[in-house]
Design a protein around this ligand. Structure first.
Ligand SMILES: Cc1cc2nc3c(=O)[nH]c(=O)nc-3n(C[C@H](O)[C@H](O)[C@H](O)COP(=O)(O)OP(=O)(O)OC[C@H]3O[C@@H](n4cnc5c(N)ncnc54)[C@H](O)[C@@H]3O)c2cc1C
Length: 357
């Protein structure tokens, strides 16, 4: 277990905010976590993963916990392409009878390492989620999604410790209340600490290619004989073209959620738009989802700067720490400017996807 008082969190949040917490603790087993939960830790307590969906507004007065429970294990029926890291923290599940394969991963596993390993073994299900920053524990909290796939589609079970009682609680995916970047864990914040997640992947050919420009990125390929790694490579190419690499430029990915508005409201926006072209997705309940990126871009914010914060040129849904030394107030000030402009022009309230701490 690692314990560091007055810890500098700048390398633990992808925005690169230079903030401190009173105490940082990294545990590497469930028993260490249980020991910690019985202690009198500086309050409040915040559990982080890779810090890729967080904006620290200021120093954090309490304890920041991080899981180093690592290890990926595949049901034994899968032929291994390479030796897998097996942790004693992760127990084996019996192989399912159908063509699916249960994959278990500790909460502290880097999510993209899991995706890479699954693809290398020819397993379908995670490939569209390639290159999303962060760790396995948070993927189940956030219900991360990209290119038509959400974590909740492939999660089998989420294994948690109830922080209040210290008891293990296991949720089937159907009990996690998954929605767009939403889950029960977000609504019961701080109660459940995810320690491991199982995913149900498939051996049989089952790509999801209908979203974004995946097919264009696979042009020239025979779409009936792709491997999960082919799709992963295409997704990585697409993402690298339009999203900042957290290793080079601080950000937390999409800053705002895409708003959902009534059809009449959407029709009014179309009528007031010179070319009448407003990108949108019709939802089954008759509501309309409008890309926040289009709203932000139309309000003229692409490339807008506030102190060290900037709206990313290639994707206006992303706010970046352009100078590397942006302060939380630079980011929040730019966020507020965007919210005000979109509200006054379109009468839409944008809500941040990034969690403000
Ligand atoms: C460049 C970039 C691109 C991105 N692209 C996407 C994308 O395409 N799709 C998408 O959905 N997201 C995307 N994101 C957002 C981010 O990657 C996800 O939200 C990710 O799941 C966050 O994981 P994390 O480990 O960094 O969690 P953190 O940001 O550290 O935490 C996120 C939340 O999970 C909680 N949490 C973390 N670990 C645990 C645990 N073990 N138990 C209980 N709660 C926990 C935290 O308290 C917090 O509420 C992107 C971010 C960046 C920087």
């Amino acid at each position: 277990m690692i314990r560091i008082p007055s810890f500098d969190l700048s390398s633990r949040n992808t925005f690169g905010m230079k903030v401190r917490c009173a105490l940082f603790v990294e545990y590497s087993s469930v028993s260490e976590l249980l020991e910690l939960l019985s202690e009198d830790l500086p309050q409040p307590v915040l559990h982080i993963g890779g810090g890729s969906n967080l904006l620290f507004r200021s120093d954090f007065p309490g304890t920041v916990l991080h899981s180093a429970i690592v290890g990926i294990s595949f049901a034994p029926s899968v032929i291994s392409s390479s030796p897998s890291v097996i942790s004693s923290e992760v127990e084996k599940s019996p192989a399912p009878a159908d063509d699916s394969v249960i994959v278990e991963a500790g909460a502290g596993v880097v999510f993209d390492d899991l995706v890479a390993e699954a693809c290398a073994r020819g397993l379908w299900g995670l490939e569209n989620l390639s290159l999303i920053p962060g760790e396995v524990g948070a993927s189940a909290v956030q219900n991360i999604g990209a290119y038509g796939v959400e974590a909740g589609d492939v999660i089998d079970k989420v294994f948690c410790i109830d922080a209040a009682t210290g008891e293990e609680v296991v949720f089937a995916a159907s009990e996690c209340a998954y929605g767009y970047r939403d889950s029960r864990f977000k609504h019961e914040k701080g109660r459940y600490i995810v320690v491991k997640v199982t995913f149900r992947l498939r051996r049989s050919y089952s790509p999801t290619l209908g979203y974004g420009n995946i097919k264009a990125a696979l042009e020239g390929r025979d779409l009936t004989s792709l491997t999960p790694s082919d799709v992963r490579d295409a997704i990585i190419r697409i993402r690298r073209e339009k999203l900042p690499d957290p290793a080079e430029t601080g950000s937390a990915g999409s800053f705002f959620k895409n708003p959902v508005i009534p059809r009449e409201h959407y029709d009014r926006i179309v009528a007031s738009t010179p070319d009448g072209k407003v990108p949108h997705y019709d939802l089954p309940d008759g509501m309309v989802k409008v890309p926040a990126a289009w709203l932000i871009d139309t309000c003229g914010f692409r490339g807008a700067v506030k102190g060290g914060a900037k709206v990313y040129d290639k994707q206006p849904l992303v706010i970046v720490n352009a100078t590397g030394s942006a302060s939380p107030s630079d980011i929040i000030s730019l966020e507020n400017d965007i919210i005000s402009a979109v509200r006054s022009r379109f009468a839409i309230d944008l809500h941040p996807e990034v969690e403000h701490i």
